[in-house]
Design a protein around this ligand. Structure first.
Ligand SMILES: [Zn+2]
Length: 252
């Protein structure tokens, strides 16, 4: 998918890893969304060994704006499951890392009703405040986990704009990061993200180096080893080099 939002070469950002649930649970995981906290710990230890540091998306984008993003890797956690506070935050803290957790603003304290399959608890307002107090970033993942491509203006306004206001009310601070449910977007959705005032937004897969509202990410699954994560970081570097060579991205 191409975006008509930005013309010309873009300054690419470092890689962004995409997690969902971080939990030691052994229950069914049909969508392969759960990573054990010990595995996350191994991934973050790998980053440190490679001289890299995991950071939230706002920190990543701000560093890129200062030309200081080398050595950083974005860490994201979709859907806002309660296990983020219980299991991911302690691991992130242990490694001096930050991450962005994307909450579904209209389902705080509820469950992942959009998924056919096992129900998982979503953080409520107090838990989101605890996440922010722990130095982690809370971003928006819409109001209802809606699929945005083809949505009309009123739906985009609610899912993109109002979800930001809901979370800002909860957190009493600016919400700068957005994540498209299912990674799915079109130009109208990306425009709505910009219009709502977000500073960055993540997709899944589609690769537009440097476009701040369609940032690509690397999926991390339940069985991914340090080797898998290292391979994805390398692939990101190779893609960036190709994009620079093809003139679709500028060297950072
Ligand atoms: Zn999601």
């Amino acid at each position: 998918m191409t975006s008509a939002l930005d013309a010309g070469p873009r300054v690419p950002l470092p890689p962004v890893l995409m997690y969902h649930s971080i939990s030691p649970s052994t229950g069914p995981d049909p969508h392969r969304l759960r990573v054990h906290p010990a595995r996350l710990d191994r991934h973050l230890r790998l980053l440190r060994r490679l001289g890299l540091r995991g950071v939230s998306l706002t920190e990543l984008v701000r560093a890129a704006d200062r030309g200081a993003a080398a050595g950083l890797v974005g860490l994201t956690f979709d859907d806002g499951y309660t296990d983020f506070l219980e299991h991911a935050v302690p691991v992130l803290r242990r490694h001096g890392a930050t991450g962005t957790v994307y909450a579904v603003a209209g389902l705080l304290g509820g469950t992942n009703d959009w998924d056919p399959g096992p129900r998982c608890r979503l953080m409520d307002a107090d838990q989101l405040r605890a996440v922010a107090a722990a130095g982690q970033e809370v971003g928006s993942h819409t109001l209802t986990h809606a699929r945005l491509p083809g949505a009309d203006a009123a739906v985009l306004d609610a899912e993109v704009g109002r979800s930001r206001h809901v979370l800002e009310e909860v957190l009493q601070t600016e919400v700068s990061s957005f994540c498209y449910p299912y990674g799915a977007y079109d130009d109208a959705a990306a425009r709505a993200v910009r219009a709502a005032g977000y500073g960055n937004a993540c997709v899944t897969g589609d690769y537009h180096p440097g476009d701040r509202v369609t940032l690509p990410r690397c999926y991390v699954g339940p069985r991914d080893t340090r080797g898998h994560v290292a391979a994805r970081l390398l692939r990101h570097a190779v893609r960036l080099r190709r994009a620079v060579a093809a003139g679709t991205a500028r060297p950072s």
